[in-house]
Design a binder for this molecule. Structure first.
Ligand code: SF4
Length: 338
């Protein structure tokens, strides 16, 4: 069950790819809070910055990616906070898996084909819980498989003996092995069919209720997020452009880009609606438009949109949600384009 207590806070996070004149801006002024027990969805097209955000927060960003500013703090249950951007390599090793684990895109293909599921699950336990006896590790591996809906007798199977959905569940079991507080899932079910995707996500949400961890769930498929997230943050051009409760985004999206995303995916539930997509393509990081990065594709752009970046703020005094769009800023409203 989600709470209002923060478990991860991200403030004014900036990431560049490259340095000096060659640098391109991948993330700009990202502010985001993950609450304990919540599923926070991150949506946006390819290149919007959502995976870069996950890699930066988990300190897995590879060169030429550089964090150029901002703060990321992990908040423990005892009230203390850990500055993730200041962690030493040893501190990071202890933090990952124990406090935060990650399931990457196509993770099911990263299982080692020549080792059994048992050996790969118990490896994580051996590395991080050296005090556990062999029998305890095996019992925990069985328990983890059952948690994700796989019979314990598949412990001795090799990856090629499992379906894609089962391999992905094994990766989720591995991510839960040390009872982390946060699980980051980067397009975890993209390679699976729509029925299997939903089965896995339903199981994950049920486990979240049972075990109390928080989830950052990244996908370009906003209809999945609406179904499985508590809150959704929409990214475009390296910035968060809207953030609200999942149902509010679904019922009443305020940013024209959020509206376009919702019109790009069929919803499995509710009334049918026409799929119209979004005209044009996402901007290249090296040629980001001035002002609101969405203005070349926005059918409602105003004059100010081409020159001034709208700040992320509550729309027209509404509470509990934010949007970065000139249509929702109080007066003076920039003049409409002729
Ligand atoms: Fe469209 Fe302007 Fe809003 Fe950007 S700020 S989404 S261009 S109306």
């Amino acid at each position: 069950m989600s709470t209002t207590e923060p478990v991860l806070t991200i403030r004014a996070l900036n990431v560049d790819y490259g340095t000096g004149d060659e640098a391109v801006r991948a993330l700009r002024d990202v502010d985001l809070t993950l609450h304990r027990g919540e599923v926070l969805g991150l949506a946006g097209e390819s290149g919007s910055g959502k995976s870069t955000l996950a890699y930066a927060v988990t300190r897995l960003l590879q060169p030429p990616g550089v964090i150029t500013g901002g703060d990321v703090h992990y908040h423990r249950r005892d009230g203390s906070a850990l500055d993730l951007l200041a962690l030493s390599p040893a501190g990071l090793r202890a933090f990952r898996w124990q406090e935060l684990s990650i399931v990457f895109q196509g993770a099911m293909n990263s299982l080692n084909p020549v080792h059994t599921v048992r050996s790969q699950l118990t490896d994580v336990l051996r590395a991080h819980r050296p005090e556990m006896k062999r029998a305890e590790r095996t019992a925990r591996a069985q328990e983890l498989l059952q948690l994700v809906g796989i019979s314990a007798d598949r412990l001795h199977a090799y990856p090629h003996q499992l379906s894609g959905g089962m391999r992905q569940r094994v990766m989720i079991a591995m991510a839960l092995a040390l009872d982390p507080e946060i699980v980051v899932m980067d397009e975890p079910t993209t390679a699976l069919d729509v029925v299997m995707q939903r089965q896995i996500l339903r199981r994950l949400v049920a486990l979240r209720e049972e075990l109390g961890f928080s989830v950052v769930f990244i996908t370009h498929d906003i209809s999945l997020l609406v179904e499985f997230s508590d809150r959704i943050a929409i990214m475009y051009g390296g910035r968060i452009v809207e953030e609200a409760a999942a149902q509010e985004i679904y019922r009443d999206p305020r940013h024209p880009y959020s509206e376009g995303l919702l019109r790009s995916f069929p919803a499995l539930h509710g009334p049918r609606r026409e799929l119209t997509g979004i005209a044009g393509s996402p901007p290249h990081l090296a040629a980001m438009p001035a002002g609101c990065a969405f203005h070349p594709r926005c059918g409602r752009a105003l004059d100010a949109c081409a020159t001034r970046v709208p700040e992320l703020a509550p729309p027209d005094g509404a509470e509990g949600r934010t949007v970065a769009c000139w249509l929702h800023r109080p007066a003076p409203v920039p003049a409409a384009r002729p």
